[in-house]
Design a binder for this molecule. Structure first.
Ligand code: DC
Length: 216
């Protein structure tokens, strides 16, 4: 069974997808982490998002995998922490808009998820990667709530930004993710929208679990 959870950044996807996967005993696949890992790798190799030839070469040799504790490894390096930095967050939308990157990500996602019970979270899971997913959810939240969540994440990394800077970052990324030509962030017609602004993590998870139990 495939469960697709899409939505903009800091809408609650990761925590929700992780909790749903744990409760159901499914694999959890964080596809945003994959885009972030590629962004980290390109930055490390000093390749810019407009250098398509170098990106193609980089992608042809890439190896991404999630270990048993769901930490993400890029070419043998555990990058789980580095990919959450403010710097990677500010670069990832441009990298994710590159069609070659998207094609490669989808190829790896299909390999990991096919034939498995899997909760995938991202931007285009219900629309492009698994349009026939058994269940599709689209998470949203108010921009100020999302900025506060992002601030907590950044503070854990020892970084800080003002709420107004974070709101501006989030709006810019929403705009980039929604307006790109290749698989933009958009709610699938058959996805169930969930506004997480006023929900606790348990409430978010239970909403999805209850819906699945009632409709499977
Ligand atoms: O969910 P997140 O903030 O970790 O995602 C980081 C970026 O990755 C986001 O700005 C858009 C991109 N992304 C994507 O293009 N397609 C996906 N399936 C998941 C994420």
């Amino acid at each position: 069974m495939i469960i697709a959870i899409d939505g903009p950044s800091a809408s609650g996807k990761s925590t929700t997808a992780k909790g749903v996967a744990e409760k159901l005993g499914f694999t959890h696949l964080d596809t945003g982490a994959m885009c972030r890992a590629v962004t980290w790798g390109l930055k490390n190799a000093e390749i810019t998002a407009d250098d398509i030839e170098m990106i193609r070469h980089f992608l042809s040799e890439i190896e991404i995998y999630f270990d048993a504790t769901n930490r993400i490894h890029l070419n043998g390096i555990d990058v789980s922490r580095e990919i959450r930095s403010g710097d990677i967050s500010s670069r990832v939308s441009a990298v994710s808009a590159v069609p070659e990157v998207r094609e490669k990500m989808v190829q790896i996602q299909l390999q990991i998820a096919k034939g498995n019970n899997c909760v995938l979270e991202g931007r285009d899971i219900g629309t492009v990667v698994f349009p026939n997913a058994e269940f599709k959810f689209f998470l949203i939240a108010d921009v100020d709530v999302r900025a506060k969540r992002r601030l907590i994440d950044l503070e854990k990394m020892g970084e800080t930004k003002t709420i107004s800077e974070l709101i501006a970052d989030i709006r810019r990324r929403d705009e980039l993710d929604s307006s790109r030509d290749h698989s933009p962030l958009i709610q699938a017609e058959d996805a169930i929208p969930i506004d997480t602004s006023q929900l606790t993590i348990d409430e978010q998870i239970n909403k999805i679990i209850n819906h699945i139990n009632l409709n499977k």
